[in-house]
Design a protein around this ligand. Structure first.
Ligand code: C5P
Length: 260
């Protein structure tokens, strides 16, 4: 997550590698007469609004379809992993399938990460999130996601960023295996890590805990935080890392996953 500038309207220019996990929220979308409506259930539903603040409902309004949306929340909210944006993108895709109409333009106005989530393919994301270039297939990455249970509001992190003018992401070479990707990632940064750590100092603890697990190739914060990921050479080491972290930190949200 390189931040490379700031537009006159206050939005930041990004240069970021976006990948997709094999875990996520679940959505049911049906066309139903009346205004768009939604329910939120699931293990991470607490505190998630089911009104006009929710990106799912805003997506239905943008699409212009009367939809009944049931969101089962499994990912932590305000966690820097694009959960809200991917939910909104899923609603738009469902409404496209249900109505035969295309997704309308301007989805980045819902959330900067909505356009990239419509395609769900590993992507280099620039602009404020609307300039998308698919990257050649990455090796599947065995990762552990960890969120320490502290919600970190994205606008506050951007506000605390010391300088918006930082170097862009280095070019992405063809990468054969996770170790080569981890090496390349060593030359990249998350420019939002320092400001996010001001908001939630526990992020430093999360990164150290991921790095301390045997085999860890790299640990980084995702997006504007507080979720961090550790990369491991295989499913076995990622699973063991997740189990050890759960034992040490029963209050943290910890999930092994494959990133693509
Ligand atoms: O668009 P999204 O809801 O993801 O972003 C939340 C906030 O984060 C924005 O209102 C803005 O303050 C900040 N942001 C930014 N530049 C971006 C994306 C988000 O400054 N490219």
């Amino acid at each position: 997550m390189h931040v490379t500038g700031r537009r006159p309207d206050g939005y930041h220019l990004l240069d970021s590698l976006v990948v997709f996990a094999d875990i996520g929220d679940r959505l049911k979308v049906a066309l139903s007469p009346g205004a768009p409506s939604m329910t939120v259930t699931g293990p991470m539903a607490e505190g998630v609004p089911a009104d006009g603040r929710n990106l799912c409902l805003r997506a239905a309004y943008l699409f212009g379809a009367d939809a009944a949306i049931a969101l089962e929340k499994h990912l932590p909210a305000e966690a820097g992993i694009g959960g809200g944006s991917s939910d909104a993108a899923a609603v738009l895709r469902a409404l496209t399938a249900l109505t035969g109409r295309p997704v309308p333009p301007g989805t980045e106005a819902l959330g900067a990460d909505v356009p990239v989530c419509l395609d769900a393919h590993a992507t280099r994301m620039r602009g404020i999130g609307e300039v998308l270039a698919k990257v050649p297939a990455l090796p599947p990455l065995n990762a552990v996601l960890v969120n320490p249970g502290v919600a970190v509001p994205t606008p506050e992190v951007f506000r605390r960023l010391a300088t918006p003018d930082n170097a862009p992401m280095p070019e992405l070479p063809a990468l054969a295996d996770p170790a080569a990707l981890a090496l390349w990632l060593g030359d990249t940064r998350n420019d939002l890590e320092a400001p996010a750590r001001e908001v939630a100092p526990v992020i430093g603890e999360v990164l150290s805990a991921l790095e301390a697990q045997p085999g860890c190739l790299l640990a980084r914060m995702s997006g504007s935080g507080a979720t961090c990921f550790g990369l491991y050479p295989d499913t076995d080491s990622a699973g063991k890392a997740a189990a050890a972290l759960r034992e040490a930190q029963p209050g943290w949200w910890i999930h092994p996953t494959i990133l693509r």
